[in-house]
Structure formats: C-alpha cells, structure tokens
Write a protein that binds this ligand. Structure first.
Ligand SMILES: [Zn+2]
Length: 353
C-alpha cells in the first residue's frame, strides 16, 4: 500500500490532531507527553506548537518534536506505521473546523489515560525517598528557557574568536567540551526561535532579552553555563571576546543559584579548589585540578557551604586585599560547618590566569 504522506498531513492539521489526542492546547502550548521527565509533571506547558508549519517541539526533551505524524507516534506510543494507520482511520478534517467532534477509538483509551497520568519526576518509583537538596531549584520556566537557548547555541569549534580566546587562557578542547561551553553563532536565528517559543515577558525576566526585546548576547558570544549537582543548566554567563567591550561579561537576571561547576560537589570525600570567577575555574580544571568557582571573593553564600560536605577545600582567591578578606571569611564559614578548608597563597598581585 502506498501512502501519500504529504496529502495525509494536509488532511490532518496538527492543531486538530493534537486536540483529538487529548492534548490541551492553549496559546499554542501544551504539556509534554513525556511529562514524567519534567519537574512538576510539566505543569507549565513546555511544548510549542506551530499550526502553520505543522510542527511542534518540547523545549526540554530533545526527542519530542516533529510533524503531525511524530505527534501521534509519541502521544500514542506507537511507531511510524502505527501513526499513519491512526491518521488514516480518521477520515480527515474539514479545512474549516466545524462542530464535528472526532473521538479516539475506545480500544486504546486506557493507555491514553495512563500516559497522561504519568507520575511527576519528584515521585520516585524505586521506593526510596527523594534525595534532599540544598540548592533552590529555579522555576521550571527559567530552566526550559536556559535549555532552549543552549540548544540553539553551537559548541566551541573551528578556529573562530572563541577558540583563540580560550587557548589564550590555556583552556583547551577537553575542558570546553567537558564544561559544555557554547557560542552564539547565529544571533538572528537564536533570537527568532526563542521569540517564537517563549513569551516576551519570560524572555525579558530571565535576562536573556533586554527591554527592547533583543537577545542581549550580541557582543558577548561565549556562553558559560552553570550546572547544578543534578547536571541541569541553571544559570549562565556570556563573555565578550573583544577587549573594547564593556562589561566583559553579562549574566542572567536574578541570583546565581549555585557555584560554577557545582557538579563535582557530590558529597563524596575528596579535595577541590575554590576560586574566583568562571575563567579561573576553567584554567584550573584544564590543569587537572578539580575546581569550583564563585563570582567574587566576597560572594561565597553561606547557603552554599553545606554543598561542600566531605570535601577538603583549598581556597585560591586573588592575591589582593579583596582576595585576602574573602579567604578569611570563607575559612570561617567552612570551619563553622566542620568542613576542612585551607588557604593557598598566590604570589602578590597575581591571579590564576
Ligand atoms: Zn518534554
């Protein structure tokens, strides 16, 4: 049997099919069919729908995207052939949606119900209680936005300015890949995709877009993501690569949720270096020293101290007055929570770079 895929798709506008599949579509957004992967069961819908393009995309799940056939395939847990069969069983839709209501075949309604009642990710199915966490999770929406932005950026590659800049600081491929550094290569496309997928207030509130509705990282193309202990990107900074650009770096709006490279704060015994700034941290990581960065010597938050449990911390702040004072304060904060910490003295006036 030969199926004319394009004709089949033309007879089945994606918005109508989505509604028939039981998806609640509002303002061209709906909850992810794989909502068990999302926090709070994707209470705030993560999937964008483009009725004109006949396409959809979840901003969190890389495999939840495509056309109307993919939508049926994913929602009904079937394969390509199964999705085609499902659409063919439907007689097709009137180009002008009328009062006719299409119904799902009853034989599969049970799996449909189960799919949409999938437990949220906070409920563990292995019987163990959820792991306590000291970090405060940013709201879902912000995480989705960060994930979407990073996905639209490119890895560091080739011989561009980012590579030259990083190599000039003795940071090489192993580290820029390991830390998932990204580059804003196609400013226009990234701006358009984000504007299509997110509300202007979400984009502005996050600090990705400015008040005029433009992506802020035009002259700051090197993107340095912060990952929390669960490996989620929770924050990012963008760095200028030309010396005449001020400020040198831009950040998202709001408080920094965790130190840079918090992934290594795993509660297992071990030593690590605590330094100022992401770039110093990258330099240390490249040199083989497990390191965590904070935004400045004075900016170690007391709430972060429990994250360093079981670690021997070597504080290696800049050798200036601010670095000295910051080190004194850090050592006191660690001592207060019985975490072993030491001072490392850099030559006067030097930093790690
Ligand atoms: Zn998803």
């Amino acid at each position: 049997m030969v199926v004319d895929i394009e004709a089949l798709k033309a007879r089945h506008p994606i918005l109508e099919v989505a509604r028939d599949l039981g998806l609640e579509v509002n303002h061209n957004r709906f909850r992810c069919p794989r909502n068990e992967r999302h926090s709070h069961g994707d209470r705030t819908p993560s999937v964008s729908l483009w009725p004109d393009k006949g396409a959809f995309k979840c901003w969190v799940c890389p495999d939840v995207k495509g056309d109307v056939i993919d939508l049926v395939r994913i929602v009904r847990n079937t394969d390509f052939t199964g999705a085609i069969a499902f659409l063919e069983k439907h007689s097709g839709y009137s180009p002008h949606p009328g009062p006719v209501k299409h119904h799902l075949p009853h034989t599969n309604s049970q799996s449909q119900v189960e799919l949409f009642q999938a437990s949220p990710s906070s409920v563990r199915t292995d019987g163990r209680p959820p792991q306590p966490t000291t970090t405060t999770a940013p709201p879902d929406r912000r995480l989705e936005l960060i994930a979407a932005f990073l996905e639209l950026c490119h890895p560091v590659r080739g011989s561009g300015k980012a590579v030259t800049w990083l190599k000039g600081r003795r940071i090489f491929k192993k580290t820029w890949d390991g830390q998932k550094l990204r580059v804003v290569e196609n400013y226009g496309r990234i701006s358009d995709e984000l504007a299509a997928g997110f509300s202007s207030s979400d984009l502005r509130d996050s600090g990705l877009f400015n008040a005029e509705g433009h992506l802020r990282f035009y002259r700051h193309p090197l993107v340095l993501p912060y990952f929390d202990r669960e490996g989620r990107a929770v924050y990012l900074q963008a760095r200028a690569l030309e010396t005449d650009v001020k400020p040198k770096e831009l950040s998202l709006a709001g408080a920094i949720p965790c130190p840079y490279n918090a992934r290594i704060l795993d509660g297992e015994p071990g030593l690590l270096y605590l330094c100022e700034g992401v770039v110093d941290c990258l330099t240390l990581i490249e040199a083989g020293f497990p390191s965590v960065g904070i935004p400045g010597a004075a900016n170690l938050k007391p709430g972060w101290i429990p994250l360093f449990r079981n670690k021997s911390v070597y504080v290696v702040f800049d050798a200036d007055a601010a670095g000295e004072a910051g080190t004194d304060r850090a050592l006191a904060l660690f001592a207060d929570q019985d975490i072993e910490a030491h001072r490392i003295q850099l030559p006067a006036g030097k930093d790690i770079n």
